[in-house]
Design a protein around this ligand. Structure first.
Ligand SMILES: *Cc1c(COP(=O)(O)O)cnc(C)c1O
Length: 478
């Protein structure tokens, strides 16, 4: 019944779309076929449920609702209030947070809200108080200039991009690296692991206002209790960006010191990665920071995407089911299987393994750059992304690594044997790929040559596994 309903919902929706712009309907059908037919190992991607996907396509998209629940700058927001209230309630319950703000449109928006909340709470409010003003509108232009100068001159300490941090954690080309005086902590050059003593030493010397923990490409767990101790010692606010691993927190794989929410004053996340919801962001805060987070609009956001808040509510309801804990544990177990699969076949992994959902394969032992490896794997129907390894000799564009993640294929039902097989396919492809040359005959970091027949063989082996674990089983488009 449900399969038939979902199939007919999408088939009819595509007909409606085709009546206006058939090329978009066609591309949408093709995207499903492509996703069904490839091994998706991109660590930041997943497959949201049909219920989540369907919730995104409604008339909530048409509604403006700037403000917060009960305090909107537009009339007629009662249903948006319902949706936002339910989404926030699920988020608080799921993560055990004092407060949840579900309006951010993306992970980057969530981080901007968090940064400005910390600045507003810790820099602007005390400055206003000193000047005897309630808000910025009461300041003279000259006084405001002083406050503005302070707001723009704070210090932020985050994990460096090449150690696995994110652009928004103080990377120079990002606004976070321009707006703040930033310094970065890395990982130990020998082990590839975070060294908390070094982070602490750097924090003592630099005295940041904000210490950011969290990562996009670090294949290990982080001890957030230790990070909070470091932050407290130097008077910093601990912000954890769990965009990548929120699903493992929601699914209770990361508990105690590894659960960021009880330790950080502010935790940000995306909702579409391991959490398996719609594309979007979210901010969780403790009591102290809740009032400033609540001013995300008008601080940095405009109108919320009400249809996406509705879809977040559906996804969070799913994540509160016991089955999500099984999924999260399987995601972590599968990463271990994948890592072991590589290690038994002699491949190099950054940090020598994994204990989250990410495996970072160093492809230099195959004589390849990340760019060459990524392209060769794509030819074989294996979708990954190239990624820097610590102190990468090939820089951020060509790189020496391939980042792999298990959330998406775990959603399809892949288990230990399949992931061992995936490691085998990847090793087969990379050991049969030769680095290429440029037009002048000099060695190139981009071109490559894949031995005859290897891609087809890998595709056949992948197709067998993919057929056994169909994406959206029961969904048939007419
Ligand atoms: C993916 C990611 C983001 C950004 O999320 P977007 O939704 O793409 O803006 C931020 N921080 C971390 C750690 C991430 O992994």
């Amino acid at each position: 019944m449900t399969d038939a309903l979902i199939s007919s919902a999408y088939s009819q929706a595509l007909e409606v779309i085709a009546s206006v712009e058939p090329r978009i309907a066609e591309a949408t059908r093709q995207e499903l076929a492509d996703q069904r037919g490839s091994l998706k190992l991109i660590a930041s991607e997943n497959y949201a449920s049909p219920a989540v996907l369907l919730t995104m396509g409604t008339w909530f998209s048409d509604k403006y609702a700037e403000g917060t629940v009960g305090h909107r700058f537009y009339a007629g927001c009662q249903n948006v209030d319902t949706v936002e209230t339910i989404a926030a309630e699920h988020a608080r319950e799921l993560f055990g947070a004092d407060y949840a703000y579900v309006q951010p449109h993306s992970g980057i928006d969530a981080n901007l809200v968090a940064y400005w909340s910390i600045l507003a709470h810790r820099v602007e409010s005390p400055a206003l108080e000193k000047l005897g003003a309630k808000n910025v509108n009461e300041l003279t232009d000259a006084d405001w200039e002083k406050v503005r100068h302070e707001l723009g001159n704070q210090r932020l300490l985050g994990m460096s991009l090449d150690a696995g941090g994110h652009l928004t954690h103080g990377f120079r080309p990002n606004i976070s690296g321009k707006m703040f005086h930033q310094q970065q902590y890395g990982t130990d050059p020998e082990t590839g692991l975070l060294d908390y003593d070094k982070v602490a030493a750097k924090a003592r010397e630099f005295k940041p206002l904000i210490l950011v923990a969290g990562y996009s490409a670090y294949p290990r767990r982080v001890n957030f209790a230790k990070m909070r101790e470091i932050a407290d010692e130097v008077g910093a606010t601990l912000m954890v960006d769990m965009a990548h691993f929120a699903g493992l927190v929601a699914g209770k794989v990361f508990t105690g010191d590894e659960d960021p929410v009880p330790h950080a004053q502010i935790t940000t996340t995306t909702t579409h990665k391991s959490l398996r919801g719609p594309r979007g962001g979210m901010v969780l805060a403790n009591e102290e920071f809740a009032p400033s987070v609540d001013r995300g609009c008008p601080m940095v956001l405009g109108g919320p995407l009400s249809h996406m808040m509705a879809a977040k509510a559906v996804a969070l309801a799913e994540a509160r089911q016991p089955s999500f804990q099984t999924y999260a544990q399987q995601t972590a177990d599968n990463a271990k299987s994948l890592a072991e699969g590589f290690l038994t076949r002699g491949a190099d992994l950054v940090t020598g393994g994994t204990d989250n959902h990410i495996v970072l394969l160093d492809v230099s032992s195959f004589g390849l750059t990340g760019r060459q490896a990524e392209s060769a794997l794509l030819d074989a129907g294996i979708v990954t992304n190239r990624n820097s390894v610590p102190s990468d000799p090939n820089g951020a564009w060509y790189t020496s690594g391939i980042r792999l993640g298990t959330p998406a294929l775990t959603t399809r039902g892949f288990g230990h044997d399949e992931f061992d097989n995936v490691a085998d396919l990847i090793v087969q492809v990379l050991s049969n790929t030769e680095p290429g040359t440029n037009k002048a005959g000099a060695p190139s970091k981009a071109t490559y040559a894949l031995a005859e027949g290897v891609a087809d063989k890998a595709k056949d082996a992948a197709a067998e596994m993919l057929d056994k674990h169909p994406l959206y089983p029961g969904l048939e488009l007419t």
